[in-house]
Design a protein around this ligand. Structure first.
Ligand SMILES: [Zn+2]
Length: 149
C-alpha cells in the first residue's frame, strides 16, 4: 500500500509527466513554471481520495476510490482543466506581449510577474486529474484492488 510520501511522489510525477506529454503533443516549448504548477497540483490532488475517504480502516476505499467514479468524473474534469490551462496559457502569452511592449521597468516587471503566475496556473490545471488518478493507480496495486463503484 502506498504511503503518504509515495502518493505525493507519484502525484508529482503524474502531473509533470502529463504536462510534458501535452507540450510535446502540441509541439510547443516546455515551460518550467508550468511543470512546477503541474507538480504542485499533482501532489495536492494525489491526496484528495484519502481526504474524501480517510484511510482509517482497511475498507476505507469506496465511491471516491472506485473505477466507476474515476471513469465518470475524469473525462469531464480533464476537459474542464484543459480549457482552464488554455485560458491561462493565452493570458501568459498576452502578458509576455505586454511586457515586451512596456514603456517602463516597473510595467515590464508587472507583466513578467503576471506571465509567471499564468504559466504556474496553466500547469496547475494540467496536474489535477493525473494527480488524482495516480492515487488510484497506486492504491490499485494492493491485493484488495479498487472497488468498481
Ligand atoms: Zn487511498
Amino acid at each position: 500500500m502506498a504511503n503518504h510520501r509515495e502518493h505525493l511522489i507519484a502525484g508529482a510525477a503524474a502531473g509533470v509527466g502529463i504536462c510534458l506529454l501535452a507540450a510535446v503533443a502540441a509541439g510547443r516549448k516546455i515551460s518550467i513554471p508550468e511543470l512546477i504548477g503541474a507538480a504542485v497540483s499533482g501532489m495536492t490532488f494525489s491526496k484528495l481520495p484519502d481526504i474524501l475517504e480517510p484511510a482509517i480502516h482497511p475498507n476505507h476505499r469506496s465511491t471516491f476510490h472506485s473505477l466507476g467514479f474515476i471513469g465518470a468524473a475524469a473525462p469531464p474534469a480533464w476537459k474542464w482543466s484543459e480549457e482552464k490551462m488554455r485560458e491561462h496559457r493565452s493570458l501568459a502569452e498576452m502578458s509576455r506581449t505586454r511586457a515586451a511592449a512596456a514603456t517602463s521597468q516597473q510595467e515590464r516587471n508587472h507583466w513578467q510577474m503576471m506571465a509567471l503566475v499564468h504559466d504556474l496556473a496553466a500547469g496547475f490545471f494540467v496536474g489535477i486529474v493525473p494527480g488524482y488518478v495516480s492515487h488510484l493507480l497506486a492504491d490499485s496495486l494492493i491485493p484488495k484492488g479498487l472497488p468498481i463503484l
